[in-house]
Ligand binder design. Sequence first.
Ligand SMILES: [Zn+2]
Length: 283
Amino acid sequence: MEPKYIINVHGHLRHDQDVAARITLWRKLNVRKFCALCLAPDAARAHGGYYTNEDLLPWLRRYPDLLVGMGALELGRQPDRADAVDRLKEQGFTGLKFIASYYPYNHELYFPLYERAEALGMPVFFHTGWLASAADGSDGRYGINAENYRPYMLDKIARAFPRLKMIGAHLGKPHGDEALQMITAYPNVYYDFSGGSGKKPHELWVAKTLSPCFSDADMSDPAENPALGYFHKLCFATDNPEPPVWIEASNRIMDRLCIPDDLRERFYWRNACEVFGWKEDDL
Ligand SMILES: [Zn+2]
């Protein structure tokens, strides 16, 4: 089954890439929106040339129909204040990207940022789960600690800001059960399961995490196959590989879990429309 459209809620642009060529490929694949997640300057450098907010701005102006800017904030020992969120909104960013914070995501020092994002209708995208070490070995100095990015850190935020739309990344690997609890409990929390470069060990971990408890489950019964519920809140994402890798992997995962066509449409684009408030006409 070919989905009607594709929205990629999690990707990055990097300096060593031909961005125009990538965009040509995406259009051929019927990708209608690409959420470009920016990193703060230190993290962008440490992780090998990811785009910062400044790097993305000219591309946002060039491809406003396709590129969706997710702006990075300073989340270190002295985090940005709420007016930084206003600035990103004015510059044309649609949402925010949280990663590599010094404090746990649910620390109240960050609450003014969430409060402003909620007021402005800006979805927040969170890296969750283990975070790869910086290529240059610098991240220990910045207090990077994957414990601070567990999916359960979204619990307090979801309770405090019920109108703030959130997407967590990587199904919180290795804490998949926490991620699934969040999407099941909170209407404003969604997830992607990208990661691991889309390679087989990651794909199999995702499939196993979303699978029923017992192998003799009736796959058409949501009580026995809980993935029929999860796919109301899961969104298509690639992180680093190009879309074909994750279209094929996602289809294999959904085949294994007997996901019907209407839920596949939700996964490929409808759930993302709910997060960002887009109508079909906007795609
Ligand atoms: Zn990413």
